[in-house]
Write a protein that binds this ligand. Structure first.
Ligand SMILES: Nc1ncnc2c1ncn2[C@@H]1O[C@H](COP(=O)(O)OP(=O)(O)OP(=O)(O)O)[C@@H](O)[C@H]1O
Length: 272
């Protein structure tokens, strides 16, 4: 269990997180949601101990930092470094293998498995600066899979990638959760959140709501968070991709989808 106790974090005088308290259960699949500047990345960085708390604390229970795999936003990664996909992904095994030692046959096997899961086997020898955005993101996932950590922290893992790659990576995430890993992801696409994430943490510097996604993604909490972007999407019905569309999807009509659909309907009725 990850326990966040009254956490406040700031950049000099700029308060990024204020008095956040919540718990994340082992094996949960959690979306962190909030508008730009809400403190989502700061929260992940705080769990990674990359940011010092002004006050409060984060407890990892029986786990420690070495049990966490952190996937930062891809624009924060130097993709000009002259290495191949295989070399980049191999770094995921650093805790098990010495830097200078050759990979064991077992590690080679795990590496191939990780590449296969994200459909990158054919690109194994390509330089990383020759990858498209979606291929680069798949490579980051392969490295994370090889690390085999208990907790996965993903910062906007689907930023700028197409629906097909998003679907592939979402299945990878679900498989990780089924293996018992805890997955915490910053997600901007609320349709994706309500469809795939059972638990949501909604923040806007403060904690707005946390818990079951259908209880958190309500009109009241979203407006409280200042979620203008979501309101805009709902009013203009831009959730029109079949993969991302909760409103038009009748085949998979679960309670989470009903919650966002009703928010969408409420906002629409206010606008008309
Ligand atoms: N290095 C920094 N120095 C000063 N302020 C910062 C720094 N990084 C972030 N901030 C500020 O801290 C607040 C939280 O930033 P953070 O990146 O955590 O938000 P976010 O919710 O991840 O935003 P986004 O959705 O835009 O990625 C913002 O007001 C931001 O401007």
């Amino acid at each position: 269990m990850i326990k966040i106790n009254d956490l406040s974090v700031s950049y000099q005088k700029n308060i990024a997180l204020s008095h956040i308290s919540t718990t994340i259960d082992d094996g949960d699949l959690v979306a962190i949601v909030g508008p730009n500047g809400a403190g989502k990345s700061t929260l992940l960085k705080s769990i990674m101990q990359q940011m010092a708390a002004v006050s409060g604390s984060i407890e990892l229970g029986r786990l420690s930092l070495k049990d966490i795999a952190y996937l930062p936003q891809s624009n924060q990664i130097d993709c000009k470094f002259p290495i191949t996909v295989t070399e980049f992904v191999s770094a995921g095994a650093w805790q098990r293998c010495s830097f200078w030692r050759l990979f064991s046959r077992h590690e080679q096997h795990l590496l191939q498995q990780a590449l296969a899961k994200v459909d990158l086997e054919k690109m194994a020898e390509r330089q990383i600066n020759q990858l498209s955005g979606g291929q680069f993101q798949r490579m980051l996932f392969a490295r994370m899979l090889l690390q085999d950590a208990d907790i996965l922290l993903l910062d906007e893992p689907f930023g700028g990638i197409d629906a097909q790659t998003t679907e592939l990576l979402m299945r990878v995430i679900q498989a990780c959760q089924q293996q018992g890993k805890t997955v915490i992801a910053v997600i901007h696409d609320l349709a994706l959140v309500q469809r795939y994430f059972p638990t949501t943490l909604l923040i806007a510097t403060h904690l707005i709501a946390s818990g079951k996604t259908s209880d958190v993604l309500t009109q009241q909490y979203l407006l409280q968070a200042g979620y203008q972007h979501f309101a805009h999407c709902a009013v203009h019905n831009t959730f029109n991709n079949p993969f991302h569309n909760p409103v038009h999807n009748t085949a998979d009509n679960n309670t989470n989808e009903n919650a966002v659909t009703s928010v969408s309907a409420n906002i629409k009725s206010q606008a008309s």
